[in-house]
Design a protein around this ligand. Structure first.
Ligand SMILES: *[C@@H]1O[C@H](CO)[C@@H](O)[C@H](O)[C@H]1NC(C)=O
Ligand SMILES: *[C@@H]1O[C@H](CO)[C@@H](O)[C@H](O)[C@H]1NC(C)=O
Ligand SMILES: *[C@@H]1O[C@H](CO)[C@@H](O)[C@H](O)[C@H]1NC(C)=O
Length: 350
């Protein structure tokens, strides 16, 4: 009678251990994968979980998604030169090439965001490093073009080509900026692509790029995504059908929330873009162009510098980082202001 009882006990224990192991693995998968994965709403720091930001974010996603299906099946390759300019600023770099150009993806109605960016991180710094800011727009039929024209005449910082301003045309929008840099500002030292809902600490970025250091070549950095798997779930905002991209992983790329590259990389991306099959995710598309040109993505010197989520506000933390996501125009202005005010204090405590 002893033996069966013992083995029954062992059997029960084995089941308990198995259940424990499986739940642990599941928890690991849900927590870490969810937490760290690219633009994942399960990310605890994502505004999707923050009621204060929820309305703003949901509205942005709807803005972007309501207009089209998530990819354009009739577009096979992008020929960026084939799209005519609606607005251009060909003489902006004639007299002086800036140290840094911001290429900012925006849509027509984000007037407040552009206003905030012009007066904060997109402006030339007090220490003299020249910063230029360009806003990239497609054609938006719902918008009165008069107000954009007025804004453009006032600030001369809007570039627009003739393509529909939709989420799936983001690669066209970014290529427009990269083509512009290659053609009209080829001597710019560095370029940073970012979005209109981002905070960028330009001073901290200057520490990384170093206006006094020799210019880097073949340099590309940001929030690095390695071995990132395409989302195959149809409900995902980042859904990628096999017909568009069949690989198991994307090549190493940087999140479109903010990446920086040396000026020499711009014509390389442009050259490659004619030969890389269109894929609607702008940051992945740029990654594929870099891969084709043999430009290796460089990890930033600290992992906390570039962030594709909203970093919780603390003045000294914001003095240390370069990017933070999901910012309203008011956030951008306030965070910039306080970050500057705390600069001295924070540099002492570093
Ligand atoms: C999709 O691509 C085709 C071919 O380039 C283009 O004619 C069409 O306007 C695009 N559709 C949208 C919604 O951008
Ligand atoms: C791209 O379009 C331009 C202008 O329409 C054309 O001259 C050029 O040959 C095209 N390039 C490619 C690679 O198709
Ligand atoms: C881009 O392509 C053109 C023509 O194929 C070539 O002459 C040029 O050197 C290329 N530029 C870069 C930066 O690779």
């Amino acid at each position: 009678m002893e033996l069966p009882k013992k083995s029954f006990k062992a059997f029960i224990l084995a089941i308990i251990y198995t259940i424990a192991l499986v739940s642990l693995l599941a928890a690991y998968h849900i927590y870490w994968k969810g937490h760290l994965s690219y633009q994942n709403p399960r990310n605890k720091m994502s505004p999707l979980n923050n009621p204060e930001r929820k309305k703003y974010q949901v509205q942005r996603i709807e803005d972007v998604q309501s207009k089209t299906q998530p990819y354009n099946l009739t577009l096979e390759y992008i020929n960026i030169t084939s799209y005519p300019y609606i607005m251009n600023e060909p003489n902006k770099c004639k007299d002086e090439s800036p140290f840094l150009i911001f290429l900012i993806a925006t849509v027509a109605n984000e007037v407040e965001s552009r206003r905030a960016i012009r007066t904060t991180f997109g402006a030339t710094l007090e220490n003299g490093a020249t910063v230029m800011c360009l806003f990239l727009l497609g054609k938006d039929n719902t918008q009165e073009s008069n107000s954009i024209l007025e804004e453009s005449e006032k600030h001369h910082d809007i570039i627009q080509k003739d393509f529909q301003d939709t989420y799936n045309n983001l690669p066209i929008k970014i290529l427009m900026g990269i083509e512009w840099v290659s053609n009209y500002c080829p001597r710019a030292k560095y370029v940073m692509k970012t979005d209109s809902d981002m905070f960028v600490n330009t001073y901290r970025l200057m520490d990384l790029l170093g206006p006094d250091q020799p210019q880097k070549q073949n340099f590309f950095t940001g929030f690095v995504l390695e071995k990132h798997r395409p989302h195959r779930n149809k409900d995902s905002k980042w859904h990628m059908p096999y017909s568009q991209y069949a690989g198991e992983f994307y090549p190493t790329f940087c999140s479109g929330t903010g990446y920086v590259f040396s000026g020499d990389v711009a014509p390389k991306i442009l050259n490659s873009s004619f030969h890389v099959k269109y894929i609607y995710l702008e940051d992945v598309f740029v990654g594929l162009c870099l891969d084709r040109e043999g430009v290796k993505v460089t990890a930033p010197p600290h992992p906390y510098l570039f962030n594709n989520y909203r970093v919780r506000y603390q003045p000294c933390v914001y003095n240390r980082i370069i990017t933070s996501h999901y910012m309203t125009p008011t956030d951008i202005i306030n965070y910039w202001k306080i970050t500057q005010e705390y600069k001295e204090k924070c540099s002492k405590s570093r």
